[in-house]
Design a protein around this ligand. Structure first.
Ligand SMILES: O=C(O)CCC(=O)C(=O)O
Ligand SMILES: [Fe+2]
Length: 337
């Protein structure tokens, strides 16, 4: 089993991190602003070295598809009620201290934090909360089973690492993860999955948020083109014996009508169900998912909309920001337009 690596912060680690957060807080820095992330070189030096080493080694060695960092104390009362939606959370700066922690830990991974102009207004840190009216959506804001997906799997510039940081999770709703390394398939199926015979369409969330807020925006037109004229891609890639994975069954189809390809995809999905692990992202726990090695989803749950709902903070890290230069306004911009 590809078990998550885990690091539990010591009291000394927590103390160091708290001092750093206190300092950032008093400087009135915005934890979701590019400026904060641009200070990574100085800031990461102040993150406890055990945490820093653990996250760097997770990226370098790929020994596991996921890892957790535990032990950040969250005062449930101080956090205030779970926001009704992401715009309210952002406008009111809710969970500000936790955003500093998430940002600092993201800086310790190999790469750069970035965002999409089509999601949560391009903000660098996201809020994952149930939203009334979105119950049926295949997104972090829905309540139905969120099916297996590679984060932003349709996009060549998708993240290398997805970070989920628990604010509250009173019903212990699990995030689901499956590692490609646990999957067992015969060579004929593997061979078909290595071929560019699959279309992955943009998920509704990218299209919907943009259509509501900025109809006519070039990135919306681009996302629609990706939906209407998808390029065929393989599901497995990289080293044939130890492949990476790119899949989003809910939003994908086989490019041609070959039943053998469809069966191979079906068998892979069955395997992901078989080997799935349930990880409860508890308050103060950071879960990092290697977006090349694992797919993730979330169990169905029932929201209460009374300020006590499950609430996660989320960030995306890419190993190479430069590859997306054609879709960013400047070399240092962190937003993919
Ligand atoms: O809520 C979760 O545990 C996962 C949500 C998710 O997949 C996402 O926001 O990308
Ligand atoms: Fe996701």
């Amino acid at each position: 089993m590809d078990t998550p690596l885990s690091y539990t912060m010591s009291l000394a680690d927590v103390g160091e991190l708290e001092s750093l957060v206190d300092k950032l807080d008093s400087l009135e820095i915005d934890p979701a602003a590019p400026y904060f992330f641009d200070q990574a070189w100085d800031l990461t030096a102040m993150v406890p070295s055990g945490v820093r080493r653990f996250l760097a080694e997770f990226c370098r060695d790929e020994r596991a598809a996921t890892c957790t960092v535990r032990g950040w104390p969250i005062g449930d009362r101080a956090l205030g009620p779970t926001p009704a939606n992401w715009s309210e959370a952002a406008a009111q700066g809710r969970g500000r201290r936790e955003e500093f922690v998430l940002g600092l830990l993201a800086m310790c991974l190999t790469g750069e934090t970035f965002s999409w102009s089509t999601l949560q207004g391009g903000r660098l840190l996201h809020n994952v909360v149930p939203i009334a009216g979105d119950e049926q959506e295949q997104s972090g804001h829905g309540q139905v089973l969120l099916e297996w997906h590679t984060e932003d799997g349709f996009h060549p510039y998708r993240c290398d690492y997805l970070l989920l940081f628990g604010m509250r999770n009173p019903d212990h709703v699990p995030t689901l993860v499956s590692s490609v390394r646990d999957v067992r398939l015969d060579e004929a199926d593997l061979e078909l999955l290595r071929q560019p015979r699959f279309h992955i369409m943009p998920d509704n969330e990218h299209l919907r948020q943009m259509a509501e807020k900025h109809p006519g925006h070039p990135s919306l037109l681009r996302a629609r083109k990706m939906r209407d004229e998808p390029r065929a891609v393989p599901v497995l890639f990289g080293a044939p014996e130890s492949p990476y994975l790119r899949i989003d069954p809910y939003f994908m189809r086989c490019a041609d009508d070959d039943p053998a390809v469809e069966t191979a995809l079906r068998r892979l999905i069955d395997e992901m169900n078989r080997v799935q692990q349930r990880i409860e992202v508890e308050p103060g726990t950071l879960l990092v998912v290697d977006n090349y090695l694992a797919v993730h989803g979330r169990a169905a749950f029932r929201a209460r909309f009374d300020g006590t709902d499950r609430w996660l903070k989320k960030a995306l890290v890419t190993r190479d920001l430069r590859v997306s230069r054609d879709m960013r306004e400047s070399p240092s911009s962190r937003v993919i337009v």
